[in-house]
Design a protein around this ligand. Structure first.
Ligand SMILES: C[S@@+](CC[C@H](N)C(=O)[O-])C[C@H]1O[C@@H](n2cnc3c(N)ncnc32)[C@H](O)[C@@H]1O
Length: 210
């Protein structure tokens, strides 16, 4: 599994639904950075923000996490629920945007945000919501691509600067206080299949709420 291909910009729920109406988009495997960072955590309640086709949610559920899978695309959530059913694990799907979603299960012990397509705003609402969704003692994991070819993306009608980055979430946490930055690094990744296979380097930020 993986991320948004900059050559196919998609912003609205309708556009993402269209993207998830055809063939499988992502690799079907859990993201390497999630597996590496979550493996040492004690399972509790997890929120997968922008769950896509569900490989991360299903992997987390298989590790004993109680998972809520959130995506603005109802078709993404349907794919996630179908994948969970096939795997024989329980995942609760929520079809809504991050800012609009009603999440009675909040706060969460783990909020995982893998290759988010969350639009940036001048007031930093998305970053604030992510921080608010994490329980005291919990973890916020935000991963995105390093080295996106901005000129190429702009030619395709997509500005990478329109989206929330791991660095911005880290900055919001540091500014708020009460958070420890446990990981902030670039890291190679190997994804063989799916629309994100050409991205080779991750930006990984892991934050711990005191
Ligand atoms: C690049 S994909 C990444 C999917 C998945 N995390 C992965 O790693 O394969 C971004 C996902 O975020 C979803 N998304 C976009 N805007 C969102 C929003 N405001 N709230 C929740 N999900 C959103 C899209 O529908 C899409 O599934």
């Amino acid at each position: 599994m993986s991320e948004h291909h900059v050559g196919h910009p998609a912003h609205s729920a309708e556009e993402w639904d269209e993207r998830y109406s055809g063939e499988q988009v992502w690799s079907g495997d859990p993201n390497e950075a999630l597996v590496a960072e979550a493996a040492g955590l004690r399972p509790g309640r997890a929120l997968d923000v922008g769950c896509g086709e569900g490989a991360d949610s299903v992997w987390l559920a298989g590790q004993g996490w109680q998972v809520t899978a959130l995506d603005i695309s109802a078709k993404a959530v349907a794919r996630t629920e179908a994948m969970a059913a096939t795997a024989g694990v329980r995942v609760e799907g929520v079809a809504a945007g991050l800012l609009e979603a009603s999440l009675p299960g909040a706060p969460y012990d783990l909020v995982s945000v893998m290759y988010p397509a969350l639009l940036r705003s001048p007031t930093g609402e998305a970053e604030r919501r992510l921080l608010d969704l994490v329980a005291p003692g919990g973890t916020l994991l935000v991963v995105h691509h390093a080295d996106i070819d901005r000129d190429h993306a702009l030619e395709q009608g997509c500005d990478p600067d329109d989206y929330v980055s791991p660095d911005q979430v880290r900055g919001a946490a540091v500014e708020r206080g009460g958070w420890d930055v446990e990981v902030d690094e670039r890291r190679g990744r190997a994804v063989a299949l799916g629309a994100g296979a050409h991205h080779k380097t991750d930006l990984v930020v892991r934050l711990h709420r005191r």
